[in-house]
Design a protein around this ligand. Structure first.
Ligand SMILES: [Ca+2]
Ligand SMILES: [Ca+2]
Ligand SMILES: [Ca+2]
Length: 532
């Protein structure tokens, strides 16, 4: 694989900066709806701190949710609006649980054990398959169960119940007792299938954040008789492009929600979470940032599909997103409450980035890229885009702080022919190694220092899109040959398979949640199952 050249990057970065300056001058386009926050908007303090949630919580907020530092495990301190390196691999916030896709802002936390040496089926949910019809870009299909990304969220409620929450292809958000598989609340019905992963408020507020293919991103209250929508944004509230779903998992940092849409836009909202006089939870979202993740120049270079389908990641004082044109953008959030989020990192990887970016303790970024060469002849992907991803690789390590070429290494995951390749899975990070599934059907282990594939197993099946998880010393991998596999990582560079579960014949495309040693995994056969 050739190294990318410096001058090309400078041209790219300069072009992007011009686009951003233009954006600052004209302001974000807004096709109606709420006003945009101007520079005169005053910063407000957090409305609550969630201290009542669980006194044993590691990492409790000391005072108002966004104005003072937070103390983590071992006395580690986190300043507001920052995501220090010590948060890598740890749960986020004061809510005890796996509250979002991959557990934290660096997308590197997978849950808690201990995992059994030989897990078996605990329960299956629900009694009949979760299916519905969905129309996307003019084509109708029946979808069942759960697929990419589809990781359930789990939280320990103040009343002692462990609740699992997930959206499914029956269009519903389900609320299930993690121990028994029984419904805890009536489902929240959306207007289309839910493909992404939901977020439980990490700061103890009884709030849920979720997108749907019905074009809405919602905030849902969990302290009413039934789950109740408090707020939503519609994908067409801005003049976006390509599509209108919300697959990305909302990220909540110090009362601010970060999210990208399939309309190609990135958003930041100050939530203003609180409680009313009767004690029920409230939000009063205020838009801080709304910006397209593309401009005309980038569209001409990358093609028309510029949706953001991955989940925003964050490190230090930056948030990062990537889009379906292969652009990776870092924004400085130091002054985001003033509506400022300047681009401080901009890299073009080519291909399509649907997996979430993963960030390590040093702030280095791991980007997973997929390649669909047939999209060139379908007219919405440029051959330049495909050439670019073939040049830089489909699993890439980037240094977002260097003045030189950010690319430290890239792994070639393409296949010789013109078929789809690369990866849709988000890698697990563990002891200096990345563990991921490739579309072509390999589970690979990559040394983060060198980019070398140190181990691989080519039997996980074509179209393996599930993201591996690591809890305790066990690597849990859902495959596209209908198996869930457990590998011990006594040697992290050489996983040893310990057990295999075969829940059905279906390709397992969703990502599991692991909590208190139970593995929860949805399947496209229509069900979600628990194993322990
Ligand atoms: Ca839609
Ligand atoms: Ca999508
Ligand atoms: Ca995509």
């Amino acid at each position: 694989m050739q190294e990318r050249s410096g001058p090309i990057f400078l041209v790219i970065a300069f072009g992007a900066m011009l686009g951003f300056i233009a954006f600052l001058l004209v302001g974000p386009r807004d096709a109606g709806g709420e006003p945009l926050a101007g520079p005169d908007a005053t910063a407000t303090t957090g409305a609550g701190d969630g201290q009542g949630t669980n006194p044993s919580t590691p990492g409790s907020t000391q005072a108002g949710g966004n104005t003072t530092s937070t103390t983590g495990p071992g006395g580690l301190v986190r300043e507001p609006n920052t995501i220090p390196g010590w948060t890598v691999g740890r749960p986020w916030g004061s809510t005890v649980g796996l509250t979002m896709f991959r557990g934290n802002p660096t997308r590197t936390y997978y849950g808690t054990g201990p995992i059994s040496d030989s897990p078996s089926l605990l329960w299956t949910y629900p009694a009949t398959t979760m299916c519905s019809e969905s129309v996307n870009l003019g084509e109708s299909a029946v979808w069942c169960g759960m697929g990419w990304t589809g990781q359930p969220a789990i939280w320990e409620r103040p009343d002692g119940v462990t609740e699992m929450i997930f959206g499914a292809y029956d269009r519903n958000i389900h609320f299930v007792d993690a121990k028994t598989g029984e419904d805890l609340r009536p489902p929240f019905v959306t207007g289309d299938i839910v493909k992404g992963s939901v977020t439980v408020d990490p700061d103890g507020f009884p709030l849920l954040y979720t997108g749907s293919r019905d074009n809405k991103l919602r905030i849902i209250a969990l302290d009413r008789a039934e789950p109740t929508e408090l707020w939503s944004i519609h994908a067409e509230d801005v003049d976006g492009t390509w599509n209108d779903d919300w697959d990305g998992n909302p990220l909540i940092i110090d009362d601010i929600m970060y999210e990208g849409g399939e309309n190609g836009w990135f958003f930041a909202y100050e939530l203003n979470r609180g409680y009313d006089a009767s004690g029920i939870v409230t939000v009063e979202p205020r838009r801080l940032v709304a910006m397209p993740g593309y401009d005309a120049e980038f569209r001409s270079r990358a093609g028309d599909n510029l949706s953001i389908e991955n989940s925003v990641a964050a490190y230090d004082d930056r948030v990062y997103f990537a889009n379906s044109g292969g652009r990776i953008v870092g924004l400085d959030i130091s002054n985001v409450r003033e509506g400022e989020a300047p681009i401080v990192f901009d890299y073009w990887a080519g291909g399509d980035i649907d997996a979430s970016l993963v960030i390590d303790e040093e702030g280095m970024i791991y980007a997973s890229v997929n390649v669909k060469p047939a999209q060139v002849s379908q007219g919405y992907r440029t051959s330049e885009n495909i050439s670019r991803t073939r040049e830089v690789g489909q699993l890439i390590k980037l240094d977002p702080y260097t003045d030189g070429d950010p690319r430290l290494w890239g792994v070639d995951l393409t296949s010789p022919g013109g078929e789809d390749s690369g990866t849709w899975a988000t890698p697990a990070l563990h002891q200096g190694y990345l563990y991921t599934n490739t579309h072509q059907g390999s589970l690979i282990v990559v040394d983060t220092a060198t980019g070398e594939i140190v181990w691989q197993d080519g039997t996980v099946g074509w179209h393996s899109w599930s993201s591996p998880s690591i809890v305790d010393n066990t690597l849990v991998v859902a495959t596209c040959v209908g198996e869930i596999r457990g590998y011990t990582l006594d040697n992290p560079a050489a996983p040893q398979r310990q057990w295999t579960i075969t829940p059905g014949e279906s390709c397992l495309e969703a990502t599991p949640a692991i909590w208190n040693g139970t593995i929860y995994l949805g399947s496209r056969d229509g069900y979600l199952r628990a194993f322990r």
